[in-house]
Write a protein that binds this ligand. Structure first.
Ligand code: ATP
Length: 560
């Protein structure tokens, strides 16, 4: 089986390769923007020279830049305006590029995540709760997007800018450049130590937040019971306990983040102090060669990199939060998925369904549902599985559809063993009418023909009208009738009729009917029995019920 290594860097690299042109353009515009950021203070030094009729050999070295060598104010103003406009243009392009990269990264991840979530094995949903998988990742995607935008692209650009500025400062005063580099390294070490504490607090906060979302999701799904049984108070109490806990965790997190954020300006201003002291003491020396215009350039350069410095020192928060979210995302992406085997266009219309020595036990339970279950269902026969509630009828269907796999033993369709068939291959052969598989879609037509193929519309309309002929007129549905969330707007009788339509509109050779006649009025029952009888010799019918089912010609009964 093909296994792909999934880790943070693998995800980032694959994205970078796929979006190489966008990322390259973003970096290039960033580079131009950085160079312009540095040229502006240098040009202000030039302005000073023009104003005070002063000339420094250091600034003269920049005259290779077009217009930098301006001899009069008119050409200087032109040069300065061009610089500012170009900076505006490249800053816009660069910010747009970074933002777009972040959006694309987040888009590709959320689509991959959704696709994976749909393919996770049912057993995992059962043991973890669907809500946990659906709700909690929006925050994670946001921090991952931030990681890409600010933690990687902008950070690399900032480091490039810092290097260029330090080189430029080094040109004016090499010792000063060395001093700034030393200060930067020392502050990074200090922040790195503080960040270790931040990691733990961020993780706790993220987990507690997602736990809260999951809690709310469960309560909202069960809201009707909660209301009917007056459960407001106990649930509010439970929520408050969790909320208090999240508050405490949030307090700890905020303490660390506040300390970190307060330290960053302190560190940058401390650095500025050291630099000012150095500049002051060097201007006092007789050997000082720094002109006033160069000094002005130096100060402006340092001021222009202060926000970049702050951002770079703060980046570790972005890294920590992003890394935690990456871990959570990768947890989902690496869960066992369905359909890892390739799809085969196989028809099981003439295949016997065989269960051989099948054991099945739900995870975290001690009692097996099936032990050594052995049976066979002939093709195009009608079989009833009869068993009281909890006997394992739904579990049997889940095994047949490969929604679950047996703990031991084999299930096969003729010579095709289920363990070697992709889920899709099996499910292409089985249609089902059961409350365990609710209606899905926004209106009747979507619930019946999910792919909305126009060619199926007439058939759907005809079958729906046919099956509803004995229903009260006010209860009759049209193709465009809204069905509500999972058919919640419909009566159980209407749902059953739609489930029959959904199943009968497919050409699938195996038809599973759970409690086939329940919820239907007597005339509709008769109508359905007639229809099913007419297809009994073409399809394998599997009926599931607590009792005997009257009206069908049943070939075999299995008691569960
Ligand atoms: N997700 C699950 N996790 C743990 N145990 C489960 C799970 N689903 C079902 N069971 C247990 O497995 C056994 C068989 O359940 P199953 O739903 O298959 O019975 P059934 O015959 O379909 O019942 P009913 O007719 O009431 O739907 C029961 O004891 C049930 O409690």
């Amino acid at each position: 089986m093909k296994t792909t290594l999934i880790n943070k860097w693998n995800i980032i690299t694959r994205f970078a390769i796929k979006n190489a042109s966008l990322i390259t353009i973003t970096f290039l515009t960033g580079l131009f923007y950085n160079v312009l950021t540095i040229l502006i203070p240098i040009s202000i030094g030039k302005f000073y020279e023009l104003s005070f009729d002063f000339s420094s050999h250091r600034l003269a070295a920049f005259k290779f830049i077009p217009y930098m060598d301006a001899k009069d104010f008119k050409s200087f103003i032109l040069f300065f305006t061009i610089l500012v406009l170009l900076r505006l243009f490249f800053e816009y392009l660069n910010r747009y590029g970074i933002g777009l990269t972040g959006e694309r990264f987040s888009k590709s991840l959320r689509e991959r995540l959704f696709n994976n979530q749909l393919q996770i094995h049912m057993g995992i949903y059962d043991s973890k709760g669907i809500g946990k998988y659906l709700l909690r990742y929006s925050g994670d995607l946001k921090s991952i997007q931030n990681y890409m935008k600010n933690g990687l692209i902008r950070f690399i650009q900032d480091i490039v800018l810092l290097c260029i500025v330090i080189i430029a400062i080094g040109y004016f005063d090499p010792l000063l450049a060395l001093l700034i580099t030393g200060c930067l390294l020392a502050s990074s070490v200090l922040l790195w130590i503080l960040n270790k504490a931040l990691y733990k607090a961020s993780l706790e906060r993220r987990n507690s937040r997602s736990g809260m979302l999951s809690f709310v999701n469960t309560r909202l799904r069960g809201i009707i019971t909660l209301k009917a049984f007056n459960k407001y108070q106990p649930e509010t109490k439970r929520y408050k306990k969790r909320s208090d806990n999240l508050y405490d965790i949030g307090k700890r997190y905020t303490q660390i983040v506040s300390l970190l954020q307060a330290m960053i300006p302190a560190i940058t201003y401390g650095m500025l102090g050291v630099i000012m002291f150095y500049v002051f003491s060097s201007t006092q020396k007789a050997t000082n060669t720094l002109g006033v215009s160069s000094l002005l350039v130096l100060i402006l350069l340092i001021i222009s990199i202060l926000p970049v410095l702050r951002r770079s020192l703060r980046v570790s928060i972005v890294w920590k939060l992003g890394s935690i979210s990456f871990i959570k995302l990768i947890d989902i992406l690496t869960l066992p998925k369905e359909n890892e085997l390739s799809f085969k266009q196989l028809s099981f219309k003439d295949e016997e369904i065989i269960f051989k020595d099948v054991d099945f036990e739900y995870p975290n339970t001690s009692k097996p549902v099936f032990k050594d279950l052995g049976l066979s269902i002939s093709p195009k026969s009608t079989t009833l599985f009869q068993g009281k509630s909890g006997a394992g009828k739904s579990t049997f269907v889940r095994l047949l559809l490969k929604l679950m796999s047996p703990t031991n033993g084999h299930i096969s369709f003729g010579n095709h063993c289920c363990s070697e068939l992709s889920e899709k291959t099996i499910r292409k052969n089985v249609a089902i009418v059961s409350k365990d598989f609710p209606l899905y879609g926004k209106d009747v037509y979507e619930a019946l023909v999910y792919n909305r193929k126009e060619s199926n519309k007439e058939k759907a309309k005809f079958l729906l009208e046919h099956l509803q002929q004995f229903e009260d007129e006010k209860n009759q549905l049209q193709l465009d009738s809204k069905i509500g969330d999972l058919g919640n707007n419909l009566t159980s009788g209407q749902q059953k009729i739609l489930m029959y339509c959904r199943a009968l509109l497919t050409k699938k050779p195996i038809l599973i009917l759970e409690e086939p006649l329940k919820e239907l009025n007597t005339q509709t029952q008769k109508l359905l029995l007639q229809m099913l009888k007419s297809i009994q010799d073409q399809k394998t019918l599997i009926l599931l019920d607590d009792h005997k089912v009257k009206g069908f010609d049943i070939d075999k009964v299995h008691y569960l």
